[in-house]
Design a protein around this ligand. Structure first.
Ligand code: FAD
Length: 384
């Protein structure tokens, strides 16, 4: 029967496990089940881009295996199990031919890596790193190698660039944008990050695209749109992530950039909720840890009988580039306001204000990062 069926969480990432913990704080007996296509290891994904700096292998980044988590959280965890469909009318999920009935369903299945064209991604020298398994594979690939070419200069590309340099690799970054972290950082702050990474020995090819990758004596040749060719050992694609929406669309749920939800994380289908990287909450797709933690607390309250909207204050993103620390609170919409920039070498304070002088966002680098908390207090909340 439906009302005796469990709350089913799909996904064992930070979103899935945070929700399970929050639910258990409120109700130790609620029937709960987690289904995950990976091995269910609990780990902190942001640590993937600090592995070399902190001297941690993939195994050392694992916090607990699925069996330990199942005991701790008093729930069944089905690992290596891929959900293949949802039947919202029947309140069931499909795992191939098998059907499981849920009381409430939470989609916490994350985001997909944006795939580059086959001329690049088909090469065995190319990988992307979006989970612990990928990271384990990558660490094996770079063992005994020296030259890493990173495709993409976004937050994750820059973090890996810094971390790999700290690990002693020769690092080259290729990206079609003319600055690092476009869309996240104003130009002067991006310039400070690039210069700091260059001072550490990272080489940049910005404003050019990688067109193809060919293999050469166990290494890789990356062919660029300006005709240049780079020699590397391993190519890491870090060109971005996109919320996983395919199964939600197929089930008839309302989908925009992510799976659309209201403030209570409810999707357009009765008793189905979305949380974490896959969710678009009232128009916001925020693929970071702080928003998913706050949303998990609110959703746990809702699922245990206390309907609670998610509240998001200003949540600064801390970019893990130790050679040039960055805190950024991107303005909700970049129109109408202007950036006031103060710069002293690679220390940048960029404040985004509207015509009335109200602070709508900021980016601080280097010594100015110390101001992040004070500035965050001035910025209006994302969801009040
Ligand atoms: P995921 O961790 O991707 O989990 C998705 C889960 O769903 C997985 O268990 C997967 O196996 C499962 N799944 C998918 N499809 C199915 C299916 N069909 N059936 C069953 N299971 C399925 N954020 C910050 O705030 N600060 C940082 O410093 C930071 N650094 C980062 C560094 C890196 C290198 C990366 C990649 C991300 C970083 N982020 C950071 C972002 C942050 O890590 C993510 O927002 C967060 O981990 C997303 O968690 P999630 O649970 O939504 O998704």
């Amino acid at each position: 029967r439906r009302d005796q069926a469990p709350v089913i969480i799909i996904g064992s990432g930070l979103a899935g496990y945070s929700l399970a913990r929050e639910l258990r704080k409120r109700d130790s007996d609620l029937p709960l089940m987690m289904i995950t296509s990976d091995d269910g290891t609990s780990y902190s994904k942001p640590m993937l881009s600090t592995g070399f700096t902190k001297g941690k292998s993939a195994d050392e980044l694992a916090q607990a295996d699925a069996g330990t988590m199942a005991d701790q959280l008093n729930m069944e965890i089905r690992t290596h199990t891929r959900v293949t469909g949802i039947d919202p009318q029947a309140h069931q999920i499909l795992i191939g031919e098998e059907r499981l009935t849920y009381h409430k369903l939470v989609l916490a299945w994350g985001a997909d890596v944006i795939r580059l064209p086959d001329a690049i991604s088909a090469s065995e020298r190319v990988c992307s790193i979006n989970d612990l398994e990928d990271y384990r594979y990558f660490r094996r690939m770079v063992e005994g190698r020296r030259r890493v070419i990173l495709l993409g200069a976004g937050l994750i590309g820059c973090e890996y660039a810094n971390d790999l340099r700290n690990g002693g690799f020769d690092v080259t970054v290729v990206a079609p944008s003319t600055q690092v972290m476009p869309g996240l950082l104003p130009e002067p702050a991006a310039d400070a990050v690039r210069r700091s990474l260059e001072a550490e020995g990272v080489t940049f090819h910005l404003g050019v695209a990688a067109e193809s990758v060919s293999e050469d004596n166990g290494g890789a040749q990356v062919h660029l749109s300006d005709g240049a060719m780079l020699q590397g050992d391993v190519v890491v694609s870090a060109v971005g992530l996109r919320p996983r929406t395919r199964l939600a669309t197929a089930a008839g749920l309302d989908v925009g950039h992510g799976i659309r939800t209201d403030r209570q994380l409810a999707t357009s289908a009765v008793d189905i909720y979305a949380l974490g990287d896959c969710a678009e909450v009232e128009g916001h797709v925020l693929m970071y840890v702080m928003p998913l933690m706050a949303a998990a607390r609110a959703l746990a309250a809702t699922l245990t009988g206390e309907p609670t909207p998610a509240k998001w204050g200003a949540m600064p993103v801390l970019v893990k580039t130790p050679c040039c620390p960055v805190a950024v609170c991107p303005p909700a919409e970049c129109g109408g306001g202007h950036w006031d920039v103060q710069r002293d070498g690679n220390n940048v304070r960029a404040l985004y204000r509207d015509a009335a002088g109200e602070l709508l966002g900021f980016a601080v680098t280097g010594d100015y990062v110390i101001e992040k908390q004070a500035l965050s207090k001035e910025v209006p909340p994302v969801l009040a």
